[in-house]
Design a protein around this ligand. Structure first.
Ligand SMILES: Cc1cc2nc3c(=O)[nH]c(=O)nc-3n(C[C@H](O)[C@H](O)[C@H](O)COP(=O)(O)OP(=O)(O)OC[C@H]3O[C@@H](n4cnc5c(N)ncnc54)[C@H](O)[C@@H]3O)c2cc1C
Ligand code: FES
Length: 255
């Protein structure tokens, strides 16, 4: 869907971090956790391309979609400046989202900073199924982590670390000793993904990672977002993160 959507809310979450809520009923009716949209809020030629942003809130009842935006450069700075009543161009929902496993009894969500944004709708999907959820979250400070307090409202247990010497995957490893995770989901950080892959080999849970790459078209046409992956028998292949991802089974990304 290509549409011009009205901004309903711009909430400042922390330094350089905002949540944008847009009115997009058609989009919200189709969207799935882990998908993203290409967003553009400016009329000028520069920045030339729209920017890929994950779906942080999917509300089909109210017809709303939420994004959390961390200001990095010109595109995200312009998006973060949008005010209620402004219109932004939205292309999406795009990509393959997180698989929600039918019979999962317990899942873990691992994210760092704004990379944790796509985990919120996934947590909601699992909470609606009565699944036990553990969230392992980290950021340089609590203010840079969206939704830190949200997991508690779902009845999930959330662990947070801002200590650079202590990775949240250490907490996950400790919990793996006494809990049976059906699946572990993570976003963005390859550092965390490598730790999760080691635990996956040991404990055999399903694991999925949402990849990040620079994107131009967002739909598989330009090949600007290609990334190397591995098959089960160790053969390399290249995928377009936008159309074949951004979510992939972890074993296809981390050897
Ligand atoms: C599928 C997907 C989902 C994303 N979801 C979110 C989200 O929910 N919230 C959010 O704030 N950001 C998200 N991003 C990252 C966001 O798209 C980039 O930060 C943004 O495109 C940067 O544009 P800019 O014009 O602000 O900065 P630019 O001026 O383009 O770049 C500024 C700096 O950021 C680096 N950079 C730009 N894009 C990326 C990228 N994709 N990965 C790593 N480094 C990058 C550049 O190398 C440069 O150093 C996502 C990216 C992808 C691919
Ligand atoms: S961004 Fe064009 S192929 Fe992925």
């Amino acid at each position: 869907m290509f549409a011009s959507c009205r901004v309903i809310e711009n909430e400042r979450l922390g330094e350089g971090l905002v949540r944008l809520l847009i009115d997009a009923p058609e989009f919200a009716a189709q969207a799935k956790p882990g998908q993203f949209a290409m967003l553009r809020s400016w009329q000028e030629m520069e920045p030339y391309l729209p920017r890929p942003i994950s779906l942080n809130q999917i509300d089909p009842e109210k017809g709303r979609i939420g994004f959390v935006i961390r200001v990095k450069g010109a595109g995200t700075e312009r998006l973060a400046r949008c005010r209620p009543g402004d219109y932004i161009q939205v292309h999406g929902p795009l990509g393959n989202g997180f698989p929600v496993l039918e019979h999962a009894g317990c899942v873990a969500l691992v994210g760092r900073g704004v990379g944790a944004a796509p985990l919120r709708p996934l947590a909601e999907a699992y909470a609606a199924r009565g699944c036990e959820i553990r969230a392992y979250l980290s950021a340089r400070s609590e203010a840079l982590l969206p939704d830190w307090d949200f997991y508690g409202s779902l009845g999930a247990k959330a662990v947070f670390s801002s200590d650079p010497t202590k990775k949240v995957t250490q907490e996950l490893a400790a919990d793996c000793l006494r809990m049976n995770f059906d699946a572990v989901y993570s976003c963005g950080s390859m550092r965390l993904a490598k730790d999760i892959r080691l635990l996956q080999k040991q404990y055999g849970f399903a694991a999925y990672l949402s990849l990040e790459a620079r994107m131009a078209c967002g739909v598989g046409a330009c090949k600007g977002c290609v990334c190397r992956t591995v098959s089960e028998d160790g053969v390399s292949s290249y995928i377009r993160v936008c159309s074949e991802g951004p979510v992939l089974p972890l074993e296809r990304i981390v050897e």
